[in-house]
Write a protein that binds this ligand. Structure first.
Ligand SMILES: [Zn+2]
Length: 327
């Protein structure tokens, strides 16, 4: 019998990352092409088909050897209908029937889910979360998202919106959020949020070595610079990193009290800050969550790195095909 494979697609506003995996989830072929999102949904779907064709060609396999394909898509969606309702990074992208649009071209099954939840499936089955039944994945990037496994089941909620930790309210009067509220955790704990905290303190007259690196142009400040300045002992960078970690720690104390997880995995680009951030996160969560719960919960970094999106999508597709949405 011929070998069979699974495709995982990570659909981003800038790039489409695609991976071809064998049935043991080892990567056989990987590629990245531009999404060209400004050309509209029909064009993006064509780009996905191009990525699939290139993967098969480079991997030297026929499409009949593909058993299923999973896709992680940011924004609101309905995984049962294969419908992407809205995605903030894609112009003109509303009510796109991703699965129905692609199905006529392929014999294999296609499944979509939210990008964060797809990463969760990957970390749960193939990464830091292997063997756990109660865990969360937080993705700390330009924004903040989470996916939840509770008693061995991935939580979806009534409108498939469970896990929106970025909109957990932390302040009665805080930074405005595009959700319509203000003081949301993601406005502070994210790459953009941490940089904004830094900028606020500069405006109050504080100084930092980063001023020299950016010719005092605050628009050039990045989260990575704050990590680098932290390593040099820059007082403002240390303060901002600690404040960010403390806020995330309070947010996680709420999560730990509510869900009683045994593991919280921190992924996404900003997780590269590592213990600079996580030490204060752990201290704060330990000090403010219920002792019994927090003493049984570890906070760790994600393991899958840049492959989290594609591998997660492949794991998710395999799971849907063989077992439905649960484990
Ligand atoms: Zn919000």
């Amino acid at each position: 019998m011929e070998d069979t494979y699974i495709i995982g697609i990570d659909l981003g506003g800038t790039n489409i990352k695609a991976g071809l995996f064998n049935e043991q989830f080892a990567a056989v072929e990987e590629l990245t092409i531009l999404t060209e999102a400004q050309e509209g949904p029909a064009h993006v779907l064509e780009r996905i088909r191009l990525a699939v064709a290139q993967l098969c060609e480079r991997g030297g396999i026929g499409e009949r050897q593909i058993t299923c394909m999973g896709m992680g898509i940011p924004g609101l969606l309905d995984p049962e209908e294969g419908l992407s309702v809205f995605s903030p990074n894609f112009p003109g992208w509303e009510e796109v029937h991703v699965v129905n649009e692609l199905k006529p071209y392929y014999d294999f099954d296609i499944y979509i889910d939210n990008d964060v939840r797809v990463n969760l499936y990957g970390e749960w089955q193939q990464g830091a979360g292997r063997g756990y039944r109660n865990l969360l994945l937080l993705t700390l990037g330009t924004g903040l998202g989470s996916g939840i496994v509770h008693d061995g089941k991935v939580l979806y909620g009534t409108t498939f919106s469970a896990g929106e930790i970025g909109h957990m309210n932390m302040f009665r009067q805080g930074r405005p959020c595009r959700c319509g509220s203000s003081g949301c955790l993601g406005r502070y704990v994210s790459a953009v949020g941490m940089v904004n905290t830094f900028k606020e303190k500069l405006q109050e007259g504080r100084t930092s070595v980063i001023g020299n690196w950016t010719e005092h142009d605050p628009e050039r400040i990045t989260a990575k610079m704050i990590s680098e300045a932290y390593d040099l002992g820059d007082l403002l960078a240390v303060e901002v990193m600690h404040e960010t970690g403390e806020l995330l720690g309070f947010g996680l104390a709420n999560v730990i009290n509510l869900l009683n997880p045994e593991l919280i995995i921190i992924g996404g680009g900003m997780s590269a800050a590592g213990d600079r951030l996580l030490r204060r996160v752990r201290e704060t969560a330990d000090a403010h969550a219920l002792k019994l719960s927090s003493s049984h919960c570890r906070i760790v970094q994600a393991e899958l790195g840049s492959r989290a999106g594609t591998l997660g999508a492949a794991v998710y597709a395999h799971q849907r095909k063989h077992r439905g949405r649960d484990s």
